[in-house]
Write a protein that binds this ligand. Structure first.
Ligand SMILES: [Zn+2]
Length: 547
């Protein structure tokens, strides 16, 4: 044997639990009691789990790796309130980054200035001397100070794509708020990475002009840092949710260097503004990338925006407004896209947050099934923050997978609950972030973070799902069991990538993707789960992280 793990509480997700396992040639060779595995260990390297939980490696089924990796280096404004709070964070950061053309921050709160919108003047007060911009956690909005707006050529407004907006103040200058990528792209172009990390999300196209070899080296180093970060949290697999050929090339180059620490799937990103013939690129990606470490077999689309900026597409107008927002794809266009992608045997994943967006996405999957006949398609809907009760049974009926991010819900404790009567109607709460209700309907539920919307750190997300936080009474309790949560983060994330017979369970003959935790998760108080840490992460039999 090459490596054995002994004295663990091994959750196999394949029949009974065990104590130990043995790894040879990148595969699991045996699972059993510590005595049984010791007997066959030979000269293998030994990891003593010391009673800690041993699991299939975590798979984060919704991440933006390139952006997440880039943001490890940005100023993080999570929790910063008011001009003073932001100034206290950005000023020392600026001193530590004398050469950055633009100071860039992540995770600024929409409500950092209380009840009024953030303005360029607020950011000028926090950082008067240098260009400074900050992105919301959900990546749908960026705020920029005057110098950054000037640098990006946006101070006097700009023509931007439909659905994006450079918000203008009454005096005819930009207010500082840049809604959606079409509006904030010009700011990102000024960052150290030149916005290359966002292309997979914004356009699905490659850098233009093509990245120089120096830029490629920088980008590879950024990606590697992100992968190391993921491995340190017990992650062995990632499903990227934005994509372009460039990211696939970077990942393949990392694999060649022996630096690809997590298996990574990258989709083709089809924008609503793209001609449907662009779908051919997804087939090219699938043909070119089909390894166990880097592969592509999926198309990602967006149906709507987010609740905070009222761009999520709703069945009923937002409270005290006459706006439901609007879908990015028209129904006919979307049905046609789904039908064509499904006919190619590709998987589909669609961002849908508003109840109307979820319904229209289910309709598209249903249209594809009608046209092409039923198949084991495992199409996914990402987020599902609100859903009409009539649509819940349709997930199981159509075999649609509910892809949920526990920390996006206020129940997870990372974001504050909405004020009553402000973003959601009272009747919508019962089916907002309805994890357990959807699970109870028989639908497959998978868990992820949407890093960098929330940190990629696995255990805080697990704590958010299992323990949750106490919310006002109009929020229903959707807490998960620990076993369901762990399964949704391992076994079921392997299943959704059609790899249920190769990974996601600990059994002889499966890929040796394993995480060893520092504690027995089943004896930890639910509200302490977030503090548990991996002691070892193993991907394909290789130790990718060791505490
Ligand atoms: Zn996402």
């Amino acid at each position: 044997m090459d490596l054995v793990i002994l004295n663990g509480r091994v959750i196999t997700f394949d029949g009974p639990d065990a104590e130990a396992l043995a790894i040879k040639n990148g595969m699991i060779a045996a699972v059993g009691s510590t005595a049984e595995i010791k007997e066959i260990a030979g000269t293998a390297q030994v990891i003593d789990a010391e009673g800690g939980t041993v699991l299939p490696g975590f798979i984060d089924s919704h991440v933006h790796l390139f952006q997440g990796a880039a943001e490890l280096d940005y100023l993080n404004l999570y929790g910063a309130e008011g001009v003073d709070g932001i100034a206290a964070a950005v000023r020392p950061y600026a001193e530590s980054r004398p050469d950055d053309p633009l100071l860039f921050a992540s995770a600024i709160d929409y409500h950092a200035m209380g009840d009024r919108p953030i303005t360029r003047q607020d950011l000028d007060a926090a950082m008067p001397d240098r260009p400074f911009a900050a992105m919301a956690s959900d990546h749908h909005t960026v705020w920029a100070n005057t110098k950054a707006l000037e640098m990006a050529g946006l101070l006097h407004g700009a023509e931007v794509d439909e659905g994006s907006e450079v918000v203008m103040a009454e005096d005819g200058t930009a207010a500082g708020e840049l809604r959606e990528p079409g509006a904030y792209k010009a700011v990102l172009d000024c960052t150290a990475l030149g916005g290359r990390e966002m292309l997979g999300l914004m356009t699905g196209a490659n850098p233009e002009p093509p990245a120089t070899s120096k830029e490629r080296a920088v980008d590879k180093a950024v990606m590697l840092r992100g992968l190391e970060h993921c491995a340190s949290h017990g992650i062995t697999g990632l499903h990227n949710m934005d994509g372009n050929f460039y990211q696939l090339e970077l990942l393949a180059a990392l694999e060649e260097d022996g630096d690809l620490l997590c298996r990574t799937e990258v989709p083709m990103h089809l924008k609503h503004t793209d001609p449907l013939d662009r779908i051919a690129e997804a087939a090219e990606m699938r043909a070119a990338y089909k390894g166990d470490m880097v592969w592509s077999s999926r198309v990602k689309m967006f149906m709507d925006g987010v609740i905070d900026s009222r761009t999520a597409y709703m069945l009923q107008p937002y409270p005290n407004t006459d706006s439901c927002s609007a879908p990015l794809f028209s129904p006919e266009h979307f049905d046609e896209a789904c039908t064509r992608i499904d006919a190619m045997g590709l998987q589909i994943a669609v961002h849908a947050i508003g109840d109307a967006a979820v319904r229209q996405t289910l309709n598209g999957y249903e249209a594809a099934r009608r046209a092409n006949g039923p198949r084991d398609s495992r199409h996914r809907i990402e987020h599902i923050e609100t859903v009409h009760p009539d649509d819940i049974p349709r997930f199981a009926e159509l075999g649609v997978v509910a892809s949920i991010q526990p920390l996006h819900s206020p129940l997870g404790g990372f974001f504050p609950p909405y004020e009553k009567g402000y973003l959601l109607h009272d009747f919508q709460y019962e089916h907002a972030f309805a994890w357990q209700t959807i699970r109870n309907s028989g639908a497959k539920v998978i868990f992820s973070t949407d890093w960098p919307v929330v940190p990629v750190d696995v255990m805080p997300t697990i704590q958010g799902a299992v323990a949750g936080v106490d919310l006002p009474d109009h929020w229903p309790d959707q807490r998960q069991t620990l076993r369901d949560t762990l399964a949704s983060y391992t076994r079921d994330n392997a299943w959704v990538e059609f790899n249920e017979n190769r990974k996601g369970r600990l059994r002889a003959g499966m890929m040796a993707d394993v995480v060893v935790m520092d504690t027995d998760l089943e004896s930890v108080a639910p509200d302490q789960l977030g503090a548990a840490r991996p002691v070892a992460t193993i991907c394909g039999g290789r130790i990718t992280y060791r505490a």
